[in-house]
Design a protein around this ligand. Structure first.
Ligand code: GTR
Length: 323
């Protein structure tokens, strides 16, 4: 059914513009239609299609149709998929600098994160991605991630003791849970709902829009606004696909991606509010009076483990000093 819908959409898309698509780029996203990241890449697709007179089409495959995030990143590296929108948290094994940029409480606000990613640090990170055959085109918002679970309201670090939480498949996040006295179960996003439902894990952690759109709010109603992670999101193109484009078309892609980031960030802010209201109306209990200082202090061992080289120390310092 999903496939039929997509094929139909692709037909419509190529038929709607004079001239059929000469190049079709397949883009993967774990999120469903309507989610800000999916809508961001669709807006990029519309601009590219218009500016190339319909020659270049980007076909967005939402809802993990092309696979779970880590797999689709590898497929993009190898040119099996042309584009991927994914969280920095899923690039940890491939682009090590993303580990530093995924440290808990590193970014202090969306504005801080934008200033870092839109400045020289963002450009340097793009070079690291390019060395791994991924062309970084746009940094999207992913908000702040907080804990949620099916068992009880979490108010303090102590409340997390011994509980089991899903984290993304990334060592930084596993160590983060250990630093908080909890147990981490790394697993793909698509397995989280049933794992909470069957009690394999007590909960997970994410932003409001993901908590809402994944349905996790239905099975884990206690949400604690501790905002421990602000992990950037990326739109990347496979180097193999990129090199098939002319410099002019590459420029069109870059501009459209930049414009899509502006739109995505606006959609993100709206969706955060809408999802918060929706989960509360559906019965989620949100703990807002969290002593964040205690959470921040508990993360010291994670920094001690991951910020050891002069390069990592310098990067953390530069991020913290960015205004
Ligand atoms: C979301 C993010 C996804 C994915 C997911 C997860 O916030 O947008 O790309 O990384 O979290 O937890 O796996």
């Amino acid at each position: 059914m999903k496939l039929l819908t997509t094929t139909f959409a692709a037909l419509l898309c190529s038929a709607s513009i004079a001239g059929a698509c000469e190049i079709t780029l397949r883009s993967s996203d774990t999120h469903p239609d309507g989610y800000p990241t999916v809508e961001g890449v669709k807006a990029m697709a519309a601009e590219v299609q218009e500016k190339t007179g319909g020659r270049i089409c980007i076909e967005v495959f939402p809802s993990s149709q092309l696979g779970e995030e880590k797999d689709t990143i590898e497929q993009t590296q190898f040119g099996v998929i042309d584009m991927v929108r994914a969280s920095f948290g899923s690039f940890n094994d491939i682009v090590p600098v993303t580990q530093t940029l995924s440290l808990p409480y590193l970014f202090t606000s969306p504005e801080h994160q934008h200033a870092v990613l839109d400045g020289p640090i963002g450009a340097e990170i793009a070079e690291d991605f390019a060395e791994r055959d991924l062309i970084a085109l746009a940094y999207y918002d992913g908000g702040a991630r907080s804990f949620y679970n099916s068992q009880k309201p979490i108010r303090t670090v102590d409340d997390l003791k011994g509980m089991k939480f899903r984290v993304m498949q990334n060592d930084v996040f596993v160590d983060m849970m250990a630093a908080l006295g909890a147990n981490a179960t790394p697993m793909p996003y698509g397995e989280v709902y049933s794992s909470i439902q069957t009690g394999v894990i007590d909960g997970a952690e994410n932003n409001y829009p993901s908590y809402d759109s994944s349905g996790h709010a239905e099975v884990a109603k206690y949400f604690t606004l501790d905002q421990h992670l602000m992990v950037p999101e990326l739109v990347a193109v496979s180097k193999a696909s990129w090199e098939k484009l002319t410099p002019e078309d590459q420029e069109i892609m870059r501009t459209a991606a930049r414009n899509s980031a502006t739109l995505q960030r606006r959609l993100w802010a709206d969706q955060e509010k809408a999802s918060e209201e929706k989960v509360i109306a559906a019965g989620a209990e949100i703990v807002k009076d969290v002593d964040k200082t205690a959470f921040i202090e508990a993360m010291a061992p994670v920094y001690a483990k991951y910020v050891t080289t002069p390069e990592a120390q310098d990067l953390v310092k530069r991020v913290q000093e960015t205004r």
